[in-house]
Design a binder for this molecule. Structure first.
Ligand code: CP3
Length: 356
């Protein structure tokens, strides 16, 4: 089967380094609390209930796409869904809470490596459902995702979102073998989970290592990079690009490039031009508008988005934020940014001067 067909979504083309007629755009956490139509559904159910209800999850996945016309729909779920399936109780209060955190080797040994269809079949059903809902829009890419082993381990060990990551760092120094055992189990889980998503119809997958930027590059090379490589090399993914996101990646881009991903998703601490210079032509680049810029006046943020579009260009570039969209973001500003990126075309002078 030829995967590089004329109907290949623009975002997939760009992810493989191709040239597109219009820069593809989506935003991390594009579905969520800043949208009144999300709150209308969210108020009827718990967050985990919403993730596990295929009809409601499909509806909220599609909301930002309907409203703004992004080039991708990301399935509505959470990175901690497979952690629950590994055997850890999970609740969402103010944020995620794991009441029985991992503290010992015995705790790690008890964790299972779940069969993704058996334990999290609602995720695969959501993907199938969204592919069918999007069958009339072959240019829209459906994105699946997973948390990367380090970020999942940080939640499993800290028991929730952490400020200082003291517990996972203590395990890293006191009991590195136990941490490696946990990371390996998480990597096996995530590999099976992403393969099941691809089999169900995900056209792109993103690996979120949100908290991989909290250690130095030596620890990154020992505890983070090998597990990116393990997961990505284990994917059966002909035609499905992999996006790797690390928050706080300043200084880590060369190590991110060794993971085997197709796209490096850059946070806003590295100017896009500098990131592109480091990354070169070997990977596509995604990013990197500051999520907080969406609170600035549209007359200010639109030129910022246009400048990113100009730097990113029409080849191997996906417009996104540098991290997730924040609650209370004005939807009108999101619309102004999406429209501005879509309207962007390289100026004639720029094209000719590059052409000569
Ligand atoms: O991008 C999308 O629109 C898809 C949905 C999505 C959610 N979480 C929904 C969500 C995705 C891709 C995630 C990934 C995720 N979850 C990450 C990695 C991305 C990142 O932001 O770094 C992380 C670290 C989590 C864990 C998590 N889930 C936290 C820390 C929180 C609480 C923080 C917050 O913003 O409230 C969640 C809850 C969560 N996940 C919400 C949503 C829409 C808010 C829950 C609500 O509606 O009450």
């Amino acid at each position: 089967m030829d995967f590089h067909t004329a109907t290949e979504p623009r975002l997939v083309k760009a992810a493989f380094g191709g040239t597109v007629d219009r820069i593809p755009v989506w935003m991390m956490r594009q579905a969520g609390r800043y949208l009144p139509e999300y709150m209308a559904i969210r108020n009827q159910t718990s967050f985990l209930g919403l993730c596990k209800d295929v009809d409601l999850a499909a509806e909220v996945s599609l909301q930002p796409w309907r409203r703004f016309g992004m080039d991708a729909v990301i399935m509505f779920s959470d990175i901690l869904i497979p952690v629950e399936a590994m055997g850890m109780p999970l609740v969402f209060e103010e944020g995620p809470h794991l009441p029985q955190p991992i503290r010992s080797r015995a705790d790690v040994e008890k964790l299972s490596i779940p069969d993704p269809v058996e334990k999290t079949g609602f995720v695969m059903n959501l993907i199938k459902r969204l592919r069918s809902d999007l069958s009339g829009s072959p240019d829209t890419a459906l994105i699946g995702f997973a948390g990367a082993p380090w970020t999942l381990a940080s939640y499993m060990i800290e028991g929730g979102t952490s400020r200082n990551y003291t517990q996972i760092k203590a395990m890293m120094w006191n009991e590195p073998k136990t941490l490696h055992m946990l990371l390996d189990k998480a990597a096996q889980t995530v590999t099976h989970y992403l393969n099941a998503q691809i089999e169900a119809g995900a056209q792109v997958v993103q690996l979120f290592d949100s908290w991989a930027g909290i250690v130095d590059s030596n620890a990154y090379q020992e505890f983070i990079l090998p597990y990116h490589q393990q997961v990505i090399s284990g994917l059966k993914r002909q035609g499905v690009p992999v996006i790797l996101y690390v928050n706080g990646s300043r200084g880590l881009l060369p190590l991110m490039m060794q993971a085997g991903a197709d796209v490096i998703s850059v946070d806003w601490l590295t100017p896009l031009a500098e990131a592109k210079q480091i990354i070169g032509a070997s990977h596509a680049v995604q990013g990197n508008l500051d999520s907080n810029a969406l609170f600035a006046d549209p007359s200010v943020v639109v030129p910022m988005a246009q400048a990113l579009a100009q730097t990113g260009g029409m080849t191997g570039y996906i417009f996104n934020l540098g991290h997730g969209i924040l609650p209370k973001t004005p939807p009108e500003t999101v619309k102004a940014v999406v429209d501005a990126v879509h309207a962007y075309q390289p100026s004639a002078t720029l094209t000719t001067s590059v052409g000569r």
